[in-house]
Design a protein around this ligand. Sequence first.
Ligand code: HEM
Length: 487
Amino acid sequence: MHNYSVWSLLAIAIFIIIFHKKLFIIIIHRVKRYTKSNKTISLLPLGNLGWPYIGETLEYISSAYTHSPESFMDKRRHMYGKVFKSHIFGSPTIISTDAEVNRSILQSDAKTFVPFYPKSLTELMGKSSILLINGSLQRRIHGLIGSFFKSPHIKARITHDMKKYVQKSMDNWQENCPVYIQHQAKNIAFQVLVKALIGLDGGEKLDILKINFQEFIAGLMSLPINFPGTTLYRSLQAKKRMVKLIQNIIQEKREKNIMSTVNEDVADVLLNDTSKELTDELISDNMIDFMIPGEDSVPVLITLAIKYLSDSPLALQQLTEENMTLKRLKEKQGETLVWSDYLSLPFTQNVISETLRLGNIIIGVMRKSVKDVEIKGYLIPKGWCTFVYFRSVHLDDNHYDFPHQFNPWRWQSKDTNNCNFTPFGGGQRLCPGLDLARLEASIFLHHFTTQFKWVAEEDSIINFPTVRMKKGMPVWIKRRETKQYIY
Ligand code: HEM
């Protein structure tokens, strides 16, 4: 027993020596780097790097699980200002909750900042993923997808598909059991996304893709350990199966010689690109990478909008009236709704903007600095991570009165085009799917509110690791008596 204690003490002592030696080296390294001139010392943002290795990660995660995940940031903003240093997820990190600093970082090019993702994610994405690549290739792919989703022809096609999938889903809803909005929205949005990306419209291939995609995304938040049996391994295998399926579709497209026809999906756009930079392998890999930001975000936007509306009867009433008026007008004119009709309703758009602000579906984005950078008097040292944190900006009472309240009316006198509102990021990596996201949410809200009344069950929002509803947003529906109009 005595020997055992001695050995334990010895082991602890050795651990402390090694641990502190490493800590000592880290400190010396930093001091050396930042004492080159007095000026640089004063520029490094204030803050605390926490414990060696783990830094402040545990505190960050435990606050992320609460209903106010920004409390980690708020505490530090209060102590150190809107930009501060920390150490989370294994890297020293500058966290910016300042709208102007965020804008500068988002506007920077790859000579200053490059995207940063956890290791498990980069392994799953692959080297040529649009989410990771920089420079002219990223700009080219980004530009091609962005203008594709902006084209009126595609908006019309997506509107047609979305209406079809929404109606099919809503026709199956029962009044005597709850409808889980999150699940329904996910199902609909996945079909729209896959059709828009590779032109698959239902069928066995879609089912295979769906099953494999679920397996694939499970690995995005896993430990970066890759051998048979681990989540990451299973996830990589699922990606391989998806790539194979998509490669076959691309091959079929090549055989049909789609080059001469109109682009009907993103795969067509990339295949028809004349630059010769986009190989079939790069295209099929990227199809899956487009699904990562697209698959979950739109259903969450729809679900949160329903949640906030359920809790805000006045907003729900105004939104329903606006959509009912449009529906009656179209019925009277004997016309169907086109994409621009859905986007023409100002209050519905304000509800979507407010949901994006309050819901913070993407809380922020990570970058790594490729050189020492100075922004607004702060130094971001080379090689550090930068967490461009949107959530604190969206909930800052200097920018928004009563920021925790769902208030769509605030957008009547506010422009969504400013640096205090960045749900879709900004700069060269501004989300190319933003038009698609707004359109899908508008269509869902229109058909849901004009066809149903509902009572929502008690449910709460979970913010980590991704935003979602705890129970999936169950609602009890009642069909409205008005006749359905032509689709
Ligand atoms: C509510 C819905 C959505 C939100 C809140 C959202 C948010 C974002 C944000 C914040 C970024 C910037 C990432 C960065 O700067 O590193 C981004 C990028 C991106 N988004 Fe979205 N997104 C949404 C829907 C979609 C959809 C439907 C698609 C599908 C096509 C999509 C595809 C992409 C792609 C491909 C990028 C990477 C662009 C690049 O790095 O060049 N997103 N999104």
